[in-house]
Design a protein around this ligand. Structure first.
Ligand SMILES: CC(C)(COP(=O)(O)OP(=O)(O)OC[C@H]1O[C@@H](n2cnc3c(N)ncnc32)[C@H](O)[C@@H]1OP(=O)(O)O)[C@@H](O)C(=O)NCCC(=O)NCCS
Length: 296
């Protein structure tokens, strides 16, 4: 895939699909690009090391549902981007451009490439670092709409598990109930992602009156954690049950306009950094309680 345009800077930018041999350079750029802005705002690093970024990208390159693209200037990689399409809605990111090349049109081309790749889907989505004026303006100018402010929160609920609601790890037999719940809340399902989480993390369900009333793909690693529930009370029951079952603190992205945000604060959670859910294409206001992963 190659693209050129008429402006002097953009003329030198070429795009192609990522290859395994690109990972080292892409991971270094990802670490430096995110590290620069995280340090500037004194946020905890999204990518604590080059090795962390590299491990993540190794996983992406092996996945048939994930497509990665690199941008080159004069034959040298200057940035990369990814789109994840295992379920009906595509999720975008992470995108990163070599700090020496930022502001020169590379990010726009990398975004245009994943938008093109996701064109057959009902919609594509992402979580944007809302303190980053450049990415906010770039995504909005490409048609993404701001849908929900959210904040990464970490902590452990102080309230004990709710009696009468069973909270346990997701089983194969729960998948149909999880799919139905996600469809009810969002209008689409994320079952492939949930299946993947059963291999990589420990997804949990809350079961009330013999049916799935809440589920989450992960609850201690916020980038990969999305959750849905029939109500805020069901989501709280899930979080309270999981907190009692695991040693680590919980970490999730909490929608700011939801009752969940105030509940998390009252339970002692700390707010870590703000983000925005942005969407392109189909969107319905959620009908229930929910929180997004770093993709949507
Ligand atoms: C975000 C990122 C990928 C964008 O890539 P980039 O190559 O720097 O971006 P581009 O130069 O293609 O596009 C930036 C656009 O934002 C515009 N812009 C920048 N600052 C702006 C501001 N304060 N207000 C309005 N527009 C602004 C630029 O004018 C440009 O628009 P144009 O194409 O119409 O001229 C890159 O800066 C990066 O890697 N940042 C660190 C990692 C990161 O934050 N990733 C995204 C997390 S959400």
């Amino acid at each position: 895939m190659g693209t050129t345009s008429s402006t002097p800077v953009a003329e030198t930018i070429t795009l192609r699909e990522i290859e395994p041999g690109d990972i080292e350079q892409c991971a270094r750029i990802c670490f430096e690009a995110f590290g620069g802005i995280d340090d500037h705002h004194r946020f905890p690093p999204d990518f604590p090391s080059v090795e962390f970024a590299s491990g993540m990208m190794q996983g992406f390159v092996g996945l048939p549902s994930t497509w990665g693209v690199v941008a080159e200037v004069e034959g040298r990689i200057v940035g990369s981007n990814f789109i994840h399409q295992g379920d009906p809605i595509g999720g975008v990111g992470p995108i990163s451009v070599d700090p020496k090349h930022q502001g020169g049109g590379v990010g726009r081309k990398l975004m245009e490439a994943v938008i093109e790749r996701g064109r057959g889907a009902p919609g594509i989505r992402l979580l944007q670092d809302s303190f980053n004026m450049l990415s906010l303006s770039l995504y909005a100018s490409l048609g993404f709409q701001e849908r929900e402010p959210a904040v990464v929160m970490g902590g452990k609920p102080t309230s004990p598990p709710v009696e009468g609601i069973e909270v346990r790890q997701v089983r194969e037999a729960d998948l149909a109930g999880c799919e139905a719940l996600c469809k009810k809340v969002h209008g689409f399902e994320r079952t492939n992602e949930l299946r993947g989480a059963m291999q990589a993390f420990a997804p949990y369900v809350a079961v009330r009156d013999d049916r799935v009333s809440a589920y989450a793909t992960a609850l201690t690693f916020w980038p990969m954690a999305h959750g849905v529930a029939e109500s805020d009370q069901d989501m709280q029951a899930l979080l309270r049950g999981v907190a009692a079952a695991v040693d680590d603190p919980l970490a999730i992205l909490v929608p700011l306009r939801s009752g969940l945000f105030h509940w998390c604060l009252s339970e002692g959670f700390r707010s870590l950094k703000p983000m925005n859910l942005m969407t392109l294409g189909a969107y319905q206001e959620p009908r229930g309680s929910w929180f997004p992963s770093v993709l949507y």
